[in-house]
Unconditional design. Structure first.
Length: 174
């Protein structure tokens, strides 16, 4: 395992995306991501202007999806573990999934009730690429990324086991 930050993290993400051939799995565990705080659509949503928020998402969806556009050769699965009742942020993120991640990035997006994983302990958030590479994201208390852990080869096996166990639990399709 290698710990990285900043520009080096971006380089690993780009390299892994470029080299992915078949599938990607993304596990999200936070109920709020501070990195989205300045997003105009989120700001409108939180101020109660949901229609305007949705319009902004629709208008900017193509631009937002440039980071990893749809590729029919790559299966992208995202599971977000959520707490009920859903926070305003999670409700907005579901809208973003509907306008960006699903149609433009080609993701399958699912919600999982946090009660279903309560006996799993603390789960690491991150990406698994083609079952042989992973990037785990460590966040501060405000939901901003601090550092990233890169796993390759056999180091990924424990993460695959967790993923496979999670995918056997009830999932809500978005």
């Amino acid at each position: 395992m290698k710990t990285i930050r900043g520009k080096e993290a971006g380089e690993f993400f780009e390299k892994f995306k470029r080299e992915t051939k078949k599938k990607v799995f993304k596990l999200e565990t936070l109920q709020y991501y501070g990195e989205d705080a300045e997003n105009p659509s989120l700001q409108k949503w939180l101020s109660g202007s949901r229609d305007e928020s949705s319009r902004i998402l629709q208008k900017n969806a193509g631009e937002m999806a440039v980071w990893w556009p749809k590729d029919p050769k790559i299966r992208k699965t995202r599971v977000h573990i959520v707490e009920y009742p859903l926070s305003e942020y999670i409700q907005w993120e579901i809208e973003a999934y509907k306008y960006v991640n699903i149609p433009f990035c080609g993701e399958e997006v699912y919600l999982m009730d946090s009660k279903d994983v309560s006996d799993y302990g603390e789960l690491s958030e991150g990406w698994i690429y083609d079952d042989n590479r992973a990037i785990i994201v460590n966040y501060d208390k405000d939901g901003r990324s601090l550092e990233f852990e890169v796993y390759e080869g056999d180091e990924v096996k424990p993460l695959l086991e967790i993923r496979d166990r999670l995918l056997k639990l009830p999932l809500k399709n978005i």
